[in-house]
Design a protein around this ligand. Structure first.
Ligand code: TYC
Length: 101
C-alpha cells in the first residue's frame, strides 16, 4: 500500500500526441501476375490504372513500395484485405504495415 501510494504507476500525459499513421507496404514476389497486383491496388486503395501500375512496378524493381498511409486500423484492414485477395487466387501477394517515424 505504501508503495502504490508513493509511486504512481501511470504517467500523466501533459500533451495529447496524435496517433502515428501507418504505412501499407506492397512486397514483391515472383508469382503474382502484374495485372492482378494492379487490380488489387485499384480495388483496395482507390488508385487509377496509372498510379497502380507505377506502384506495382516500383515494388517489382525495388522489392517493396509504400502504397499509402492511414490510421493504424485502416492500414491493417487494407493490408489484410489485399493479402487475402491474392491468397484467394493462390498467389503469395503480401501487404504489410509499419508505423511512420
Ligand atoms: N514480380 C511479379 C511478376 O513479375 C509482379 C509483382 C509486382 C508481384 C509487385 C508482387 O508486389 C508485387 N509477375
Amino acid at each position: 500500500m505504501a508503495n502504490s501510494a508513493s509511486t504512481p504507476r501511470t504517467k500523466v500525459r501533459l500533451k495529447t500526441e496524435r496517433p502515428r499513421l501507418h504505412k501499407v507496404i506492397l512486397v514483391n514476389d515472383d508469382y503474382t501476375p502484374r495485372e492482378f497486383v494492379v487490380s488489387v491496388l485499384k480495388g483496395e486503395f482507390r488508385m487509377n490504372e496509372d498510379q497502380a501500375y507505377r506502384v506495382m512496378m516500383t515494388a517489382h524493381r525495388r522489392g517493396a513500395c509504400v502504397v499509402a498511409v492511414y490510421a493504424r486500423d485502416v492500414a491493417e484492414t487494407k493490408a489484410t484485405r489485399g493479402t487475402e485477395a491474392g491468397r484467394s487466387k493462390g498467389y503469395p501477394l503480401l501487404f504489410t504495415t509499419e508505423p511512420e517515424e
